[in-house]
Every structure is written in structure tokens, then in C-alpha cells.
Design a binder for this molecule. Structure first.
Ligand code: BGC
Length: 279
């Protein structure tokens, strides 16, 4: 059950989220998979959402069950309202409620803006932004209905939006993606402002360059990785566990007073590294 970097120094206590029920969208690969596993390791029951890749989702479920927590996989397209409503309704039926919604599912459809099709634009906005809205909305309804259960958590529920450094860093050739993540930032803050009085905490975790299938081209050759490292003051490409551990922390009562914040987990990518020697 070694967590994090294998040294034990980054391991998460199995008590931290005990008794809480989490749903992670896009949990069959990359950051979502690592997050689902980390939440389970911290003691939460976990619903593993996926849209394609049932085998990979089943593997994540098996890993979670090995920790002694409850878990099942649920296929749903987060950009489809009926499917999201049904996914959260099933969770309330099977696990009795939801305490943590990790709106993680996201994708890229890159193209120069003059060549970008409406379909490429729309797909990214639908999944990355509308999908997060729908998941947050359905989770929030259940949080409001149930309220705070002090033995479980100090808050009535947590929504964690998976953002990106591109919430604030413009990204040529990716106008759909950068716009979706900029939107996620304001979605998160507005929901946080609206829902905080009901003891619901909405926050975002914003990864930098993390080794996942979404950006293989950026790190899979030594030349590409060397270029990428120039953008990362900490000079290390991130691992999915770097993000997963941040999500566990934000979801836990350790960070109960953190409301409406974006936690950048990026090795300093948002520090304008070009200015270290220029400007
Ligand atoms: C993107 C990756 C990219 C990283 C840093 C992420 O949000 O999905 O493709 O490598 O930002 O630019």
C-alpha cells in the first residue's frame, strides 16, 4: 500500500476520509485514476466514472476494493445532463449519499485558432466546462438536502474542480482548452460564493505538466522533456500522485477553512519562469 513516491513520506492516512463517499469523473486514467486511488487509500468509498475504457475502470475498482472501501465503476458522459443526473442518483441509492465530487474529466482537441472547427471548440467546452457545472450542480443538491453530518465532516460537502495552469496562462494553439479552464476558475469561484453559506466548500486544483496520456508528446522524448523543464522552475515533471495528494488534502477537514481557492500544483509553472533571467 505504498503511496506517493514510495518512500512513505508522502503516504496518506487511511483515517483522513473515513466514512466519506467520493465520486471522481474520468477516473479510469491519468490524474483521475490516481485521485480515485488516493481517496480510497484515505478511507473514502469511491465511484469511478469513465466514458470509455471499462477494463481500466474495473482495475481501479479492484484496487480500491483491495483497500477495504466500497467502490464501483459507472459509465457516463459528463456533458450529458441525463447521464450525470442518473449517475449521482445511483450513487445516493447505492452509497446513501455523496460527500466529495471531483469534477476531473477533461480533454484536449488542439488546433490553431484559425483552423479550429466548431466541433473541436464545442467538444472541449462541453466536457471541460459544462461537464463540471452539471456534476457540481447534482452534487450540491445532495449536499444541501443532507446538510452537515458532524461525525463525517465539518462541511456539508466538497466540490473539487480539476483546473489547469491554463486557468491563467494563455496557450496558443489551445484556445478551446484555455477558455474552458479559465471558465472553470470563475465557475468554481461563483459556486463557492453561492454555496459557502450552506457549508459547501468549492475549490479548484490546477495541475501544471503532469505525466499522463493527455500530454505524452510534451515529455515522452528526452528533447521534449528538456524543453518542458524550462517551463518548470522546480525542474521536475509532475506525477499523477502529486495532484491526487492535493485533492485528498483539499477534500479533507485539514483544509476545512479553504473555500473558493485555486491550488496550483505545478512546480512553479505559474511563476513566469521566463522572467527569472529576462524582463
Ligand atoms: C494540459 C497539458 C499541459 C499542461 C501544462 C495541462 O492542463 O492538459 O497538456 O502539458 O497543462 O501546459
Amino acid at each position: 500500500m505504498a503511496a506517493g513516491d514510495g518512500t512513505g513520506r508522502t503516504a496518506v492516512s487511511a483515517q483522513l476520509l473515513k466514512g466519506q463517499k467520493a465520486l471522481v469523473t474520468g477516473a479510469n486514467s491519468g490524474i483521475g485514476k490516481a485521485t480515485a486511488i488516493a481517496l480510497g487509500r484515505a478511507g473514502a468509498d469511491v465511484v469511478v466514472n469513465y466514458v470509455a475504457g471499462a477494463d481500466a475502470a474495473a482495475e481501479v475498482v479492484a484496487t480500491l476494493q483491495g483497500f477495504g472501501v466500497r467502490a464501483y465503476a459507472h459509465e457516463a458522459d459528463v456533458s450529458d445532463e441525463d447521464q450525470v443526473v442518473a449517475m449521482v442518483a445511483r450513487m445516493v441509492e447505492e452509497l446513501s449519499t455523496i460527500d466529495i465530487m471531483v469534477a476531473n474529466a477533461g480533454l484536449q482537441r488542439d488546433a490553431p485558432s484559425t483552423e479550429m472547427t466548431l466541433a473541436q471548440w464545442q467538444k472541449v467546452i462541453d466536457v471541460n466546462l459544462t461537464g463540471q457545472f452539471l456534476c457540481a450542480r447534482e452534487a450540491a443538491k445532495e449536499f444541501v438536502r443532507r446538510g452537515v453530518v458532524p461525525e463525517v465532516s465539518r462541511s456539508a460537502g466538497k466540490i473539487i474542480c480539476m483546473s489547469s495552469v491554463h486557468q491563467i496562462i494563455p496557450w496558443a494553439g489551445h484556445v478551446n482548452y484555455a477558455s474552458s479552464k479559465g471558465g472553470v476558475g470563475m465557475l468554481m469561484q461563483t459556486l463557492a460564493q453561492e454555496l459557502a453559506p450552506q457549508r459547501i466548500r468549492v475549490n479548484a486544483v490546477a495541475p501544471g505538466a503532469i505525466r499522463t496520456p493527455i500530454n505524452t508528446d510534451a515529455w515522452s522524448t528526452p528533447e521534449a522533456e528538456a524543453e518542458l523543464l524550462k517551463l518548470i522552475p522546480y525542474r521536475r515533471v509532475g506525477d499523477p500522485d502529486d495532484i491526487a495528494n492535493a485533492v485528498v488534502a483539499v477534500a479533507s477537514d485539514l483544509l476545512d477553512y479553504v473555500v473558493g481557492t485555486t491550488l496550483y500544483v505545478d512546480g512553479g509553472m505559474t511563476l513566469f519562469p521566463g522572467f527569472a533571467t529576462g524582463g
